[in-house]
Structures are given as C-alpha cells and as structure tokens.
Design a protein around this ligand. Structure first.
Ligand SMILES: Cc1ncc(COP(=O)(O)O)c(C=O)c1O
Length: 361
C-alpha cells in the first residue's frame, strides 16, 4: 500500500532529537509559555522575516486572535476565498464579523484578485488571503487593492510554511499572518499549535495579552482574553523540526516534480509559477471522474485524499450565510480535485509507481 501520509514515519527521522528534548522539558517542570516558546518565536520570526511572532494553541486560534486584534466593529466585512478550509471562515464568524466570499482563480486555486473589487463595500475592513495547498497568492495585486481601499491584509499560512512570493516568505506580507502547526503540516507539531507573525509592535503586545487571559502581569487582566498559549513541549519539538523544514519542503518539491514531469495531460496538474516557491503541502490533480479515479487508485493500493469534498458554503454549519449565491469555480474545484501522496514519508519510487498507475486510468 502506498500511504497518503504516515506521520510516524515522518517523525521517525527526528526521533532521537525529539526524545531528548522531551526529557529536557519534562525535567524542567515548566510546561506553558516559557523559554522554549520564546526561543521558537524568535527563530520562527527570523525564518519568516518579521519582527515578531506569538505562539498560540492552534491555527484556528491564530486566525481568531489575528482578526480580534484588528478590533473591527461587529458586522464589518472581511473578504475571504470561497474554497478555503472552513477554519478561515469560522475565525471571521467567531469575531462577529461577516465573511464575504470571493471565488478563486481556477488555475492557482487562490483568491482571484480580479474578483475582489466588486465585493468591496463600505463595511469591508480586510482581505484574509489563504496560500492554499502551499502556493503563495499573487501578493502584488492584493497589496495594491488593500492600499487603494485602505484594507488590512491577514494571511492564512496554515498550508504555506516557507512558500515564497518573489523571494519573500509568506507570512511577511500581511498586517498579521496566522500559521497552523497541526501535525500534518509541512512544519507540524506533535499536537495542536499555531502562531501569528507581524511587524507591528502594537499588535504583538496585544496578541501576547489576548492569548493569556488578557494579562501581561499575573492575576492582572487588562482585556477580555482567551486561553490559547503554546506549550513548551510543542515549542521545543517545533524548534527541532524547523531546522529540517527546508529539507521537508525540498523533498516534497522533488516528489511534486516527478508528478509534474510524468503525469499525462489527461489530468489537470497544478500550475508552477515562475516567481513562486511552492511547497506542495498538498499536491492535487483535477479530473472530471475524480471519484472513480480515487476508487481506482485505492484498488491499486494507492491512498489519496480530497481537499475538500464539501465547500464551506455548503457545510450544514454555514449554509445560511450566503443564501443562493453561487460559487461555480469553487464547485468545479471541489468536484474534481484529488490529492495524491506527496509526503515527507513517501519515496520517489512510490511516486513513480503512482504515476505508472494513474497514467493507465
Ligand atoms: C487553510 C487552513 N486554515 C486554518 C487551519 C486551521 O488550523 P488548525 O487545525 O491548527 O486549527 C487549517 C488547518 O487545517 C487550514 O488548512
């Protein structure tokens, strides 16, 4: 069986270092917001190229706290791609704001900058861009629109650790940028974790309070805050895995190249943009008979995934938000997309085997 992903195998490569650091943290007796969190925040902000980083409990929390920190009045609108993972949209709703969906570009799967202006109203306050599947959005036109209409930019970098746009790492463009370190991510913890990067000192100070019950000084609460603190063990694990992120990203890029060079043109392959440094968090192809293809691959001992089978605007939880508004491009993506094995745990030989099988479909 060729697995889609095997996190046991992924982390086996770092096993000795992870065990050693686990012992150190265990013996230290300090488990939440300590030296390891501060060190990881410093290293990660250097990696992204921002002044600050704030470690939090998950990617969803990173998004919620980012939106909260911007302090928009209730009912304000935030523009967000219609084909994102539901978390991006939930963050807006949890802050009592209105998500306004904009369709993606069918070639990049990222928000289509040409479709944003028609959705801007007097209540629009920000654009929450998502670098889906590990490919950076086209940041130049997005930044131009944000300037023209005085909108904030929030980046959802949950799938884009280390992905670049014109030599700048994603997470360094926005007023605030949210990362997830969910275990399957290119930089994955061994549990839930996330962070926010920013160059703005005010947001940085605010976020440090928001994640910790609105408090800077013990038992003194300045804000109505949350409990979303990164823990020491995850920070220590992430510090180790960050050293290998370039290697993880290169491995996935090499596997992606095998697909890109060898999969037949019957399948729509991801676009490789010249100035973008894609990290292939997810490698997907599109095909009109996607479900049949998935079954066929499974019969041939190849596991695949769908990101995502149901778009957010069709989820029971969110159905009432957009009335009858149609999202045909997102529908097309959700109906045809199939994610192929492209993990740090997969070998090139396995990918050549997938290519051989898929080309006979
Ligand atoms: C695009 C996107 N945004 C946000 C999240 C939320 O991250 P987490 O699961 O760490 O809360 C995810 C996670 O899967 C994601 O893919």
């Amino acid at each position: 069986m060729i697995e889609y992903e095997n996190l046991g195998k992924v982390n086996k490569k770092f096993r000795e270092e992870l065990l050693k650091t686990f012992e150190t943290v265990l013996d230290s007796g300090w488990f939440i917001l300590g030296k390891n969190v501060s060190e990881f925040e410093k290293t990660f902000s250097e990696f992204v190229g921002t002044k600050y980083c704030v470690g939090v409990g998950s990617g969803l929390d990173a998004l919620i706290l980012s939106v909260k920190a911007l302090g928009f009045e209730s009912g304000s609108e935030i523009i967000v791609p219609s084909n994102t993972y539901i978390a991006t949209i939930l963050a807006i709703i949890h802050c009592n704001l209105k998500p306004v969906l904009v369709e993606p570009d069918i070639n990049t799967y990222n928000i289509d900058p040409n479709k944003i202006e028609e959705k801007i109203s007097n209540s629009t306050k920000a654009i929450l861009v998502v670098h889906l599947y590990g490919k950076s959005c086209e940041m130049d036109p997005l930044l131009e629109i944000s300037k023209k209409y005085d909108l904030k930019i929030i980046e959802d970098c949950a799938q884009s650790h280390g992905a670049k746009y014109k030599d700048k790492v994603t997470g360094s463009f926005g007023d605030l940028s949210a990362f997830s370190f969910y275990p399957t991510k290119n930089l994955g913890a061994l549990g839930d974790a996330g962070c926010i990067t920013t160059n703005n000192e005010n947001y940085y100070q605010l976020l440090k309070q928001l994640r910790n019950y609105g408090s800077d000084i013990k038992y003194q609460n300045e804000l109505v805050g949350f409990n979303s603190r990164m823990d020491e063990i995850q920070a220590a694990f992430l510090q180790i895995k960050l050293k290998y992120l370039d290697d993880i990203n290169s491995h996935k890029r090499e596997l992606a190249k095998v697909y890109l060079d060898n999969v037949k043109s019957d399948f729509i392959k991801p676009l490789v943009s010249k100035d973008y440094h894609d990290i292939y968090h997810i490698f997907c192809v599109r095909h009109q008979r996607r479900n049949e293809l998935k079954d066929y691959l499974l019969k041939n001992n190849i596991k695949t995934e769908i990101h995502y089978p149901i778009p957010p605007y069709k989820q029971n939880a969110l159905k009432n938000y957009w009335g009858n508004e149609a999202f045909p491009i997102s529908d097309e993506i959700h109906n045809t997309v199939l994610s192929l094995p492209c993990s740090y745990s997969n070998t090139k030989e396995e990918i050549y085997k997938v290519v051989e099988v898929i080309n006979k479909f």
